[in-house]
Write a protein that binds this ligand. Structure first.
Ligand SMILES: [Zn+2]
Ligand SMILES: [Zn+2]
Length: 164
């Protein structure tokens, strides 16, 4: 999504609303495509006394798998984005806000939206905070209670135990 923001820079348009659905179906996060439904992008580019800023809220639901037990999980996400938009980088790089360079007056939102989503993705999503996972031997869901597998003993240790 690109947006001409020349009128916001000139002050003719103090605020330009943004609302669209970003297609994230091909977005890949470590081999998973978590967004079959679009990411909703809403906010505005505004000029406040000559300072042009981008404020967005990204809303999406990540459809992924629990890192512990592998069950499907839906994680609602709400990601705020705030950037100052500049036509050139300042000489002293002392800004606290993150700058978005927009030299030609045309703002490309894709990279910013993509980056904000990636930074807020959960690298180890869990179906519940205390998910116990599944037994590697029998595949039982350990959240439902312990399975019947004996505690695994290393073969060398077993031999040692026989000698004792
Ligand atoms: Zn789980
Ligand atoms: Zn088991």
């Amino acid at each position: 999504m690109t947006l001409s923001i020349r009128d916001v820079f000139s002050g003719r348009t103090p605020s330009l609303p943004i609302a669209y659905e970003a297609d994230f179906r091909t977005y890949d996060f470590y081999g998973v495509r978590p967004f079959p439904a679009p990411v909703s992008v809403s906010g505005a580019v505004s000029n406040l006394s000559g300072v042009v800023s981008l404020d967005l809220t990204l809303r999406a639901t990540a459809e992924t798998l629990c890192a512990s037990c592998g069950k499907p999980v839906s994680l609602p996400m709400e990601v705020p984005v705030h950037r100052l938009i500049v036509t050139a980088l300042p000489a002293d790089g002392d800004e606290e806000d993150e700058l978005l360079l927009c030299p030609g007056g045309v703002l490309d939102l894709d990279e910013t939206v993509n980056e904000a989503i990636t930074l807020s993705m959960d690298v180890r999503p869990l179906c519940r905070p205390d998910c116990k996972g599944v037994c590697f031997a029998c595949g039982a869901d350990l959240n439902r209670g312990p399975c019947r597998c004996a505690p695994r003993v290393h073969p060398e240790l077993a031999k040692l135990q026989e000698l004792l």
